[in-house]
Design a protein around this ligand. Structure first.
Ligand SMILES: [Zn+2]
Length: 460
């Protein structure tokens, strides 16, 4: 018998966590943090639905914290198996988890979920693997990573699991998070030829994205308007991938098209600050793995520093970060976290949110109940560091930079998979997941369902 339990990510975007069991070996795919306000935070303290000591190994599809953020908790509670991921994911995981520890240690209202020693332990259990090669754990299980095109290192995971009673293998495919097409920097996701069961994400399961040209235009317009108003353009930054995508676009908008000298460029002069130690580290890691870029980015990277352009400043230290406030306007500030759930962006929002001349540009998904979502929906005042702040900033949104595939792309990817008996739709808000499940049934004529929290399904 082979079973899967949906311990997280069922009917919600965050907290991805799946347990597969064939009676002989039990393993976990992803172990993410549950995000979205105080109530969600508290759910991370609830014990796992299974015994971490009884898990033999785990697979991490990519390094977003809603996919790996509870791994140190798993380790803290006794998990000692190996953790498999691609090499970039392994490298990003350490900096992301340490960043999570420092955010938790800053939050005085709650005991940290785990500490640096738990991260050390998790890192010691981590094993990087290549894309496109089959790895055998033992006669029960083997797996292969394919390109997911979502963030650097992200993987679709094919897993072959033996049903010991029947003596045959079944194949599961986890989409992980699937990338938007075309990605600014990465290659398109790989197609999978066949599977018995598919576990597919649905973050944008009910949406169709803006196209590439539009997203760049919106970014450029926001910069132009900020220059004209001599104001502040604030961008809550997702440290890994989105920040590098934006730097790459800015490199093109600001550097390569600057006309007669930098002062009189196509958009004019603006100081840009990348105010996030994590994003700075992630940018450096990005520069190391150019082999995973798409053709265009790979080509450009040979002759240009694709993440650098005039008037860009990386502010790593706290002092440098604080100094941004006294710098002249216009200026653009990119700071974490991406949903304004913590980090330096809060200090900038506290300062700049009440001025309607400033622009806040959202470049990614904002989970319900996060500060980002409240600002996006126009709630005012909002509370930052326990102070009420008038939310009068001009809010703009550019969805085309989303690292997630939209409904069309998800259906395109699923349509190439033969023999699927059932598709489990996960990692979306309930409506988005249901909309995708309905579209799969009506357009592709494949069985699809949205599992419920902790539901166990017998696969074989
Ligand atoms: Zn992701």
């Amino acid at each position: 018998m082979v079973s899967i339990q949906f311990c997280g990510g069922a009917g919600s975007v965050t907290g991805a966590n799946y347990v597969i069991d064939n009676g002989k070996i039990r393993f976990v795919v992803d172990c993410g943090l549950i995000q979205g306000g105080r109530e969600a935070d508290e759910l991370n303290y609830v014990p796992f639905a299974y015994d971490p000591k009884a898990i033999d190994f785990m697979i991490a599809t990519h390094t977003h914290i809603d996919h790996i953020g509870r791994i140190p908790k798993l380790v803290k509670e006794g998990f000692r198996g190996e953790i498999y991921s691609t090499y970039p994911t392994e490298e990003f995981a350490e900096i992301s988890l340490r960043d999570t520890v420092s955010i938790m240690e800053h939050d005085k209202t709650q005991v940290p979920l785990f500490n640096d020693e738990d991260v050390d332990q998790a890192v010691s259990q981590w094993r990087g693997r290549e894309y496109h090669e089959i790895y055998e754990i033992n006669e029960n299980i083997s797996f292969r990573f394919q390109d997911a095109g979502h963030i650097l290192g992200s993987a679709i995971t094919e897993i072959w699991v033996l049903d010991p009673e029947k003596g045959k293998r079944i194949k599961l495919v986890f989409s992980g998070d699937l990338g938007n097409v075309p990605s600014v920097l990465l290659r398109k996701y790989d197609y999978i030829a066949e599977a018995d069961y598919v576990i597919v994400e649905s973050c944008y399961g009910d949406r169709i994205h803006q196209k590439l040209a539009e997203r760049k235009e919106i970014l450029k317009q926001a910069i132009k308007d900020t220059i004209e108003r001599k104001s502040v353009l604030l961008m809550p930054a997702f440290s890994i991938e989105r920040t590098q995508d934006i730097l790459y676009e800015l490199n093109d908008i600001i550097e390569n098209h600057s006309g007669n000298g930098l002062q009189r460029g196509r958009v004019g002069k603006i100081d840009v600050y990348l105010d996030s130690p994590l994003a700075i580290k992630a940018t450096n890691i990005h520069s190391k793995y150019t082999q995973y870029y798409n053709q265009e980015a790979k080509q450009l990277a040979k002759t240009d520093d694709i993440f650098d352009f005039p008037f860009l400043t990386f502010t790593e230290s706290r002092e440098d970060s604080m100094r941004i406030n006294s710098q002249p306007q216009p200026k653009m500030i990119m700071a974490g976290s991406g949903m304004s759930t913590g980090g330096r962006v809060l200090y900038h929002e506290e300062r700049y949110l009440s001025n309607p001349k400033n622009i806040l540009l959202f470049v990614g998904y904002q989970a319900p109940y996060t500060l980002g979502r409240r600002i996006l929906e126009g709630e005012s005042p909002v509370y930052i560091h326990n102070h009420p702040i008038e939310n009068r900033i001009e809010v703009r949104r550019v969805e085309g930079y989303s690292a997630h595939a939209d409904q069309e792309m998800l259906l395109d990817w699923l349509s190439k998979i033969r023999n699927s008996q059932n598709v489990f739709v996960v990692q979306g808000e309930q409506e988005a997941s249901q909309a995708l499940a309905d579209a799969i049934k009506s357009n592709l004529h494949i069985q699809a369902q949205v599992p419920t929290e902790n539901e166990i399904v017998i696969l074989s």
